[in-house]
Design a protein around this ligand. Structure first.
Ligand code: 4HQ
Length: 252
């Protein structure tokens, strides 16, 4: 899969996407990440990329021509590349969206700065707008990195290991169960004994119950959407009963 990042700050991408798992995915040729400096596509001698807004108001707006030229340049190589603009006005990014994007072969990620881009870029060149959340960043670069990271790890053989898509769809609708590693006893705080029992079906059941419990407490909205089995409903009933007896014991 190929990612072309259109930005005024290509240096921002040099380290974060090249470490660890994504670094190895690049070395293996599973993903290709290229940055294109929008300023290189400005034709005037000062290579101006921004200007004051028509109608007045604060800040600067990114000019249409350099962005048009860089997108057309990428599209001349691959007309089927999809152009995404990162903006708080876009569709909220999610695991589902990451999965959908992971079936694309070539994404163009447009990173805005200042007050954003001339509206005609949107009208003429942008296929899709994505927001990584309801907060304001100084630019779209960090948002583009979030999208690239979440999409890349879904590509076959990027994560390596044996995690299957089936396993993911089962687990992704719930929060993760608690994890422990050595030492067994840290300052009197011990690992749950069941995890040392060697009883794999009991461990699976304990983990499923802990995942359900954590989701019920922290993100009940996710539980409503989750695909729960009869066994899950039984575990939830146990969790509910347990929380009621806990409340009585606490004198609540
Ligand atoms: N910005 N999700 C403003 C974001 C953002 C977000 C990117 C700041 C675009 C012009 N992008 N620029 N949240 O806050 O994607």
């Amino acid at each position: 899969m190929r990612f072309d990042i259109l930005t005024l700050f290509p240096e921002m991408f040099s380290s974060p996407l090249r470490e660890s798992i994504l670094g190895r995915a690049i070395e293996k040729g599973l993903i290709h990440i290229r940055t294109l400096n929008i300023r290189d596509f400005a034709l005037d001698k000062h290579q101006i990329v921004d200007d004051t807004p028509y109608g007045g108001g604060q800040g600067m707006v990114m000019k249409v021509e350099p962005i048009a030229r860089v997108i057309e340049w990428v599209k001349s190589e691959n007309p089927s590349a999809r152009t995404i603009y990162l903006t708080p006005q876009g569709e909220q990014f999610s695991q589902e969206k990451a999965l959908e994007l992971s079936s694309s072969s070539h994404l163009i990620l447009l990173c805005g700065r200042y007050e954003g881009i001339d509206e005609r870029v949107r009208e003429l060149f942008v296929d899709e707008e994505i927001s990584i959340g309801d907060y304001v960043l100084t630019g779209g670069e960090l948002a583009a990195m979030v999208v690239i990271d979440a999409v890349s790890r879904l590509l076959p053989s990027v994560l390596g290991s044996d995690r299957s898509a089936e396993e993911d769809s089962f687990n992704n609708s719930l929060l993760e169960y608690p994890q422990f590693t050595r030492p067994f006893n840290f300052r009197g705080c011990c690992v749950p004994g069941i995890l040392l029992s060697g009883n794999h079906s009991a461990i699976s059941l304990w983990r499923r119950k802990e995942a359900l419990k954590r989701t019920w407490v922290r993100r009940p909205d996710l539980l409503a959407k989750a695909n729960l089995s009869d066994e899950d409903r039984g575990l939830l009933e146990e969790i509910l009963q347990q929380s009621k007896t806990d409340q009585v014991e606490d004198g609540a």
